[in-house]
Design a protein around this ligand. Structure first.
Ligand SMILES: [Zn+2]
Length: 93
């Protein structure tokens, strides 16, 4: 049931995160590109800054229905603690 997903922007494997149950996602598993070199992520800081949003960026995410969208982060470490690493039993080999 755990299929790996690749980021449409950089091609890196995306990591599953468990969204907070009280958020609008209601505890769903979303896949997020945690590649700090991802062009989508790198550009996001500039894009938001031009819109007057400081110190905020976003990473590419895919929801359980396969819809791609931005997930807001406030640092390159943000959301990494939500990664379901242990639960999916090691990606790669
Ligand atoms: Zn990416």
């Amino acid at each position: 049931m755990e299929k790996s997903k690749k980021c449409p922007h950089c091609g890196e494997e995306m990591d599953p995160i468990e969204t907070p149950a009280m958020s609008s996602w209601g505890g769903e598993i979303h896949y997020v590109c945690f590649n700090d070199e991802c062009c989508y992520f790198k550009e996001s800081w500039d894009v938001l800054e031009k819109q007057g949003v400081e110190r905020t960026g976003y990473r590419c995410s895919i929801d359980p229905r396969g819809a791609c969208g931005p997930m807001a982060v406030w640092s390159s470490e943000a959301l990494k603690d939500l990664m379901c690493k242990g639960k999916v039993g090691g990606k790669g080999a």
